[in-house]
Design a protein around this ligand. Sequence first.
Ligand code: GTP
Length: 201
Amino acid sequence: MHETYGVILAGGLARRMGGGDKPLRTLAGKPMLDHVIARIGPQCATLALNANGDPARFAAHGLPVLPDTLPDHPGPLAGILAAMEASPLPWVVTVPGDSPFLPEDLVARLHAAREAAGTPMACAASGGYAHPPIALWPRELAAALRQAVTEGERKIDRWTARHGVAHAEWPTTPFDPFFNANTPEELAEAERLLLNRGVSP
Ligand SMILES: Nc1nc2c(ncn2[C@@H]2O[C@H](COP(=O)(O)OP(=O)(O)OP(=O)(O)O)[C@@H](O)[C@H]2O)c(=O)[nH]1
């Protein structure tokens, strides 16, 4: 297995949640970020958090905080770029801080998909839909990504398609492992899934 640098993306503005830090919202008695760390941490050699503003608010979670290196919240590609530029390892996996049910074989299957297809990147999918922020990135494409974002690129899938991306698909039953909580209603739904439908916390 390739050692992989994991970065949890928490650099967005969370407008649909009413602002603030989505990953610090409580889910089943603990911050959603703790659920994400429990899922992705064991799959990575090192873990970090991409977030903007005062890093002290994440101190309890014990992760290095990487701020965006581009101004004005240009979107998830800015967090992916910060992750690739900070990575001590050739491979980087990014996951959003609002996806508490990530699969335990995420990193292994992304590497396998990339190797089988001979592409530089691999992206997670479920139910026939790709989840562009949940992907494996080669550090060596950081300069190309910086150039693209500087020139105005904002869409992850358009940029990955230019370089080549494989997709690894997961089943959506009994639940979608890429469920993400963007709104207070989705956070309540995540809580129901955890408490009633056997998603292990
Ligand atoms: N670093 C960084 N990450 C971002 C930015 N915008 C979104 N993200 C992250 O990308 C992932 C998907 O973002 P969205 O859920 O679409 O955006 P969001 O800002 O979190 O929420 P909304 O404002 O409700 O759309 C989340 O993990 C966000 O934290 C950004 O400008 N910079």
